[in-house]
Design a protein around this ligand. Structure first.
Ligand SMILES: Cc1cc2nc3c(=O)[nH]c(=O)nc-3n(C[C@H](O)[C@H](O)[C@H](O)COP(=O)(O)OP(=O)(O)OC[C@H]3O[C@@H](n4cnc5c(N)ncnc54)[C@H](O)[C@@H]3O)c2cc1C
Length: 542
């Protein structure tokens, strides 16, 4: 089927077992699981097609940075045996093709509705059901609401004073035009140096006459070493998928890697550097970070890895002053999401690429011709915003959600997200957030975390049906205890030292709370399973 589906709004109020918000990997798998239980569900997405992240983020260079074979579903052996990834790190078009293949293969299309945004969801205490309203004016009644709305899907809109007056072309990496953008011969400015910018800058720079990069905070980036999929490797892997997938599920980050208990400060510098180099050569996010057990816990240990990466930047960028500007020095390595790149630092050796350090000369405004900093005005034909997301909570809080007694989710979360297991919110019965804050989520291979949450939620729905329960709601005590546990786990690491989106620091006014749970995918899964086996301990079932 086509990946561009236009669905007309239904005229009558519909009733389903569940409304699923989002048609990315989480929403599609949730629908598939619910159908398997013989339950009814309807998926809604604001997009015109499936794929979520991979539908929206079509900027040049967009690709996954967890290896393709890891970044794919494991729930159906036939699916994983038949699908062929062409590269170590698949491109956005290939991942989007995979998403469409999933929708085709499991015939999901009839139960998905596109170009429809969920505006509000209100729990009706008398009926024990949710009343969900779309931006098309439809009202849907559902027992369950599953927010498969994504952790990096609520884009931060440009807010620079005067941005609306700019006469040239503007693009957001997170809402890239489907027909692509031709930068040939153009003078381009890009705001931001996060993951999307780091992936796109080398390609934009190749095409554009001149590229100016506006950087507030430099990022640590490692070379992806991308290459075509090795046939021998994948043939072997396919034979041992069951044990490999099991290892991924039990692992810390959702990717099978060798675990070490060795500490960086116990090794000699030469040994350390050899280990970091070996990690660097793997071209993966966990290569250097996983070299020693204490890198995310001990600042002095972390400094050794951070310095190793900084030395790589200095060795790549010809101009020493420019190299220093590109070297992060005010937060530990790994505490902002590291990036994988293809030729990022090399790009700055081009005479047609300029870096503007916004810490020295902050952005002031835009006008018809371009961008002003405190120091200079820049004329552009094109401005690209790579300004990131209101991560983890934004997509949930942008929907008007009210629970028991009409209380609003945004009010409950005003000081940071309150939930149990990162999945359910007290006072909001039968309401689930897939890969929500307070779960391993963005600290993991998301495919592993999505599968785990969807399977846990569908097992719960089955349990409720079979035990004649109409609502499930976490107890306030269990929720409080979980929120405390998530905060303590975060505080035991170096993560809170960075002004990162993990901490909500990129969104003005957002509470500074370490959003994901750093307990590890495997241990977290065990906790969720134990709670379920214990009759859903910490939940009130009615
Ligand atoms: C550029 C980029 C690269 C990434 N690379 C990786 C990677 O390499 N590895 C990894 O593990 N993770 C990566 N991620 C994280 C990625 O988001 C997840 O891996 C995964 O795709 C999330 O799937 P999802 O279904 O949970 O959410 P999403 O894919 O984000 O889908 C959510 C969908 O919900 C829809 N939606 C939200 N709110 C509403 C509403 N109110 N009404 C209707 N529809 C709504 C959105 O339109 C969207 O289509 C990346 C993210 C980005 C942005």
């Amino acid at each position: 089927m086509s990946n561009e589906v236009t669905t007309n709004a239904n005229s009558a109020t519909a009733t389903y077992d569940a409304v699923i918000v989002g048609a990315g990997f989480a929403g599609m798998y949730m629908l598939h699981k619910m159908r398997g239980l013989g339950m009814t569900a309807r998926v809604f997405d604001a997009a015109k097609g499936v794929g979520g992240t991979w539908y929206w983020n079509r900027y040049p260079g967009a690709r996954c940075d967890v290896m393709s074979h890891d970044y794919s579903f494991s729930f159906d052996d036939e699916l994983q045996q038949e699908w062929e990834w062409s590269e170590k790190y698949a491109t956005q078009p290939e991942i989007l093709r995979y998403a469409n293949h999933v929708a085709d293969r499991y015939e999901l299309w009839p139960d998905m509705q596109f170009e429809t945004r969920i505006a509000s969801a209100a729990f009706d205490d008398d009926a024990n059901r949710w009343s969900v309203l779309t931006d098309q004016g439809e009202v849907i009644s559902a027992q369950h609401v599953v927010m498969a709305t994504g952790t990096l899907s609520a884009a931060k809109e440009p807010d620079l004073p005067g941005c609306e007056t700019f006469a040239g072309e503007t693009y957001m990496t997170s809402k890239w035009p489907h027909e692509g953008v031709d930068f040939t011969g153009k003078t381009v400015g890009i705001i931001g140096t996060g993951s999307s910018a780091i992936q796109s800058i080398p390609i934009i720079a190749e095409q554009a006459a001149h590229l100016t990069v506006f950087q507030r905070t430099p990022n640590f980036s490692l070379p992806a070493g991308n290459c075509p999929t090795e046939v021998a490797f994948i043939t072997d892997l396919k034979k041992r998928y069951p044990s490999y997938r099991q290892e991924a599920k039990e692992s810390f980050f959702g990717v099978p890697v060798e675990v070490t208990e060795e500490c960086a400060l116990e090794a000699k510098q030469s040994e350390r550097n050899a280990k970091y180099q070996a990690g660097w050569d793997t071209g993966s996010l966990v290569g250097v970070l996983g070299a020693y057990a204490d890198l995310l816990f001990d600042k002095e240990a972390n400094d050794t890895a951070a310095e190793f990466v900084r030395e790589k930047v200095r060795a790549t960028v010809n101009d020493p002053e420019l190299a220093e500007l590109l070297c992060p020095d005010d937060y530990p390595f790994g505490t902002k999401r590291p990036c994988l790149d293809t030729g990022y630092y090399e790009t700055f050796n081009s005479e047609d690429v300029r870096l503007v350090d916004l810490r020295k000369t902050p952005l002031v405004s835009m006008d018809g011709a371009g961008i002003s900093t405190t120091d200079e005005h820049f004329d552009f034909d094109v401005v690209v915003y790579a300004t990131g997301f209101d991560a983890m909570t934004g997509a949930v809080t942008r929907v008007d959600i009210s629970g028991v007694g009409g209380k609003k989710l945004v009010d409950e979360w005003v000081g940071g997200p309150q939930n149990y297991l990162g999945l359910c919110v007290a006072g909001f019965p039968n309401f689930y957030v897939v890969t929500g804050p307070g779960s391993p989520s963005v600290l993991s291979n998301m495919m592993v975390s999505i599968e785990q949450h969807v399977e846990w939620i569908s097992d719960l729905m089955e349990y409720m049906r079979d035990n004649d329960k109409s609502t499930i709601d976490p107890t306030p005590d269990a929720q409080e205890e979980w929120v405390r546990h998530v905060a303590e786990a975060g505080d035991s690491t170096l993560y809170p030292l960075a002004n990162s989106w993990y901490m909500g620091a990129n969104v003005p006014g957002k509470p500074r709370v370490f959003l994901p749970y750093i307990g590890g995918c495997g241990p977290y899964r065990e906790t969720c399973d134990e709670i379920a086996a214990d009759g859903y301990r910490g939940f009130a079932l009615a």
